[in-house]
Design a protein. Structure first.
Length: 170
């Protein structure tokens, strides 16, 4: 088994336009889930996976995230904040990570709460060299929810062929 190390990346720069008034007061990554800001769950999960360096792309009300996260030491990680000055979407935010993330990485959306029973198992194909990357996803049959989020298209072998944000269907 290869000794593959991972960095962490969190995209937390969105404006929260579908959240109406809530987004004016708080960035989505700071909304509470179980009395704890969402980003705290992400940072704790990453640390539990052995991740030590986390880059966080901030934008809308990013100073609030910066104040809350600080240097990341509260979670046992080193946090690096990267500002997305212009809200040009998810792909642009991911591109801003190019210089900060120089090895395998775990990327999470800062406004999505999730739990992984065995995060180590999710990363195992990369650790062993069986795959160059993995994509954790939840099966969703409600087409209305897919329209508002992402769709992942796979081939017959289960390999990801395409990811589409807010897909349009006939």
């Amino acid at each position: 088994e290869a000794n593959v190390q991972f960095d962490g990346a969190i995209l937390a720069g969105g404006q929260g336009t579908r959240m109406a008034g809530l987004a004016n007061a708080l960035p989505k990554a700071l909304l509470p889930v179980g009395n704890e800001p969402l980003i705290s769950h992400h940072l704790s999960m990453m640390r539990a996976m052995g991740i030590q360096n986390v880059s966080i792309v901030i934008g809308h009300l990013g100073n609030r995230i910066a104040d809350y996260v600080g240097d990341g030491s509260r979670w046992g990680v080193r946090a690096r904040l990267i500002e997305q000055r212009n809200p040009l979407g998810t792909a642009h935010a991911a591109l801003l990570l190019e210089e900060a993330v120089t090895r395998n990485f775990v990327l999470v959306m800062g406004d999505v709460y999730f739990e992984i029973e065995d995060a180590e198992a999710l990363l195992e194909p990369v650790r062993t060299g069986a795959a160059d990357g993995v994509l954790g996803a939840k099966w969703e049959s409600d087409e209305a929810l897919i329209h508002r989020n992402f769709a992942i298209f796979t081939g017959p072998d289960g390999a990801v062929r395409k990811v589409v944000e807010k897909p349009l269907y006939d």
